[in-house]
Ligand binder design. Sequence first.
Ligand SMILES: Cc1cc2nc3c(=O)[nH]c(=O)nc-3n(C[C@H](O)[C@H](O)[C@H](O)COP(=O)(O)OP(=O)(O)OC[C@H]3O[C@@H](n4cnc5c(N)ncnc54)[C@H](O)[C@@H]3O)c2cc1C
Length: 465
Amino acid sequence: MLDVSLSVPSRPARRPARIAILGGGFSGAALAVHLARTGGASVTLVEPDAVGRGVAYAADPAHLLNVPAARMSLYPDVPDDFLVWARARGVAASPTTFLPRALYGAYVSETFGRVAAGTTRVVRARAETVDAGPAGWRIRLADGGTVEADAVVLATGNPPPADPPGLAGIIGSPRYVADPWRRDALAAIGAADAILLVGTGLTALDVLVSLRERGHHGPIRALSRRGLVPLPHLEAGGPPAAAPVTIAPGTSLEGLVRLVHAAGKAAVADGRAWQGVVDGLRAATPTLWAGFTAVERRRFLRHLRPYWEVHRHRAPDVVLGHVRALQAAGALEIVAGRILESAASADGVAVTLRRRGSADLEQVRVAHVINTTGPDTDLARGGGALLRDLLSRGVVLQDADRLGLRTSTDAAALRADGTVHTGLYVLGQARRADLWEHTAVPDLSRGAAALAEHLSALTVAVATP
Ligand SMILES: Cc1cc2nc3c(=O)[nH]c(=O)nc-3n(C[C@H](O)[C@H](O)[C@H](O)COP(=O)(O)OP(=O)(O)OC[C@H]3O[C@@H](n4cnc5c(N)ncnc54)[C@H](O)[C@@H]3O)c2cc1C
């Protein structure tokens, strides 16, 4: 390997590192923008599709951001950048508006084009393998090409959802939509078809909105283990947000739950919004997560995660209003329960389910089942050919709970033996194993800015004759 190290790039015998970013969704594009801002590095971005979109922002025009406009800036130090960009294009928006996700994709790709395209080489291809050699890293592409780099950033983003338990009998059937983010995923669904959504989180809300846009008016059931639906954001003009709680270092999971629950209750009793308590945990989340024991993490994932998700990853009220209207009209039933088995035939799908708290089995017949469980976190299963290859060769390490790739505090990837790579980094929600919350734009843009600062200081020794 080349000697890649942190040093001042003014010594004549060193040159700036060549950086390859694999994946040009939000995270990869944001990193390229921040690297262009700091300057100096030579950057190649490998992305098979449009830069700056990914599955989230290449969306159906009816899908809204689930974070208000004032918190969606690419630049942590310029929080209203997206808001200003949108207003300059005639979009009526306040800091608390939930703008369309497709508009956000336009903001990211246009900013990339304006700030970084001149200094970033974009390679339209899929990366298949990454190998370390004596002269740096070699990335092999699906089209047969190669890219050489001194530092590589894995930013391959959101894997498609994993098939939920109980659906083995319909995998491969045209009546099962395994990946709702695939283009035309809902094309075969008739306006009056009965639908079963498996998953009741943000992805289910997206699909409900898409079905409405397509004129769907058939009966819908949405099922998850606990039947929990995302809660609303703070309302503009509603009660003021509660103050964040102070958490002592080393607080146990049980202690944290007690504290947060009590603070939320006290806030509501005091006429304040509980959302402030949850939002106040944001900055402390990685430290709290790092401080939990393996047993606490597993307890959290098994019992508390669904509650955390609906309180933390909330939905715009206009979207929840659509859910309430469907429920009031009897067109949508939210079911807490489990699917035991399923079978597809030419005219539909038969599903056997058991409602939470009941011993009875229930037979349900629908025209289509849609998987709305959200991105898979097990990268050995869903992470695509590149991550599967790196995991199988021990080049990178997945955590025991299969939440993501293990990384150092500088975002460097860990090898299977736990040692830290020089020159291989991870950006995006794959860092959840160590940070837990590294999913939404406010966290990802901070991660991209910090990594850009680190990478732009890397230099490489130049061999002299
Ligand atoms: C449906 C959805 C909606 C979301 N909405 C919001 C929101 O409203 N607000 C918010 O703050 N956050 C939201 N998020 C969370 C977060 O902002 C997004 O997940 C964001 O898109 C993450 O960006 P990313 O670049 O890490 O991943 P992705 O957007 O998934 O991008 C990864 C990119 O890598 C490319 N890629 C994959 N494999 C390879 C390979 N082998 N070689 C080269 N390229 C490859 C893909 O083509 C893709 O473009 C949403 C997430 C999802 C899934």
